[in-house]
Design a protein around this ligand. Sequence first.
Ligand code: V47
Length: 353
Amino acid sequence: MDLIEKVQNGERLSYEEGVKLYDLDLFTLGKLANAIRTQKHGKKTYFNVNRHINPTNICDDVCKFCAYSAGRKNPNPYTMSIDEIVETAVKAVDNGADELHIVSAHNGSAGLQWYLDMFRSVRQALPKTHIKALTAAEIEFLSRTYDKSFEQILDTMIENGVDSMPGGGAEIFDEKVREYICKGKVSSADWLRIHKLWHERGKKSNATMLFGHVESREHRIDHMLRLRKLQDETGGFNCFIPLVYQTQNNYLNVKEFLTGQEILKTVAISRILLDNIPNLKAYWVTFTMNLATIAQEFGANDLDGTIEKESISAAAGAKSANGTPLSSFVNLIKNSGFTPVQRDSLYNEIKTF
Ligand code: V47
């Protein structure tokens, strides 16, 4: 059977077939991915009203692609106080946010207690707000630095009020690429193991893939299939988020920005290959709003959220520092022919516009 027919019949593709998908032209891929998106989600495009909080940029790890950590290229180290974090969170919720996305650099001098106090204090101040916090990379870092098992860190996160885990830190799972771009950070096996343990605790998480730097198409397919395998076991991933590498202020020295065509092909292929992860996010921060809008026709059914403030991708050149207002977000989705649906962090629908 030919590849196109296999996709149309909803059959699962192998690694080799996944790689071959890239040989199809963009419009064929878009049509195939859009058919799957429409079958699963119709014309709905999800987003949420969220606030990113990045409490510290002081980092003990050295990822070549990162422009956010307070290293040689970013001389402004900071660590927010617990009061500042709570104040920021309360203000965001007063302004309508129902999710706090809290991730940081790997700050070995802050102390494990600082992390736990942060979650407990935010939870006390905001009993109903969803806290999505700590990437698997941060969890591995905390485990390594404070001599705790992954299980102990995950259990204390839950005790202190964390609801779900974001998908960061996955980068590219291929061990050689990983060694080059983020040596010393969480291994691929541990990233997957931490999410597995989290899912076994009845909790949900997301998964990202950082692409458009030194990786090949084959590495992207390998990355997606490692996620598909874990999802078969646990069913705990809500969403897959392909992050487009931003080129500025970092040490990876890749100056060529990916073409829109390659980004859209990768979106469509992830919709086709990840048949068991329900949601596919075109994260407007790294796509640009224009391309995220188009990605809705190539399989994406989620555009992330209003964000309010963004530091990680903005440091590397993305135009995301101040988030985006709710009204323009809604209009953008509407004007592109889709139905904006505000969701909570676990994809329960809150409001259809
Ligand atoms: O893991 C770092 C990435 C991630 C760059 O779970 C960069 O809903 C592009 O994971 N260019 C953090 N990306 C962000 C993240 C995320 C974002 C939105 C939603 C969710 C979710 C998760 O940012 C890191 C890293 O892969 N990153 N540097 C850069 N130069």
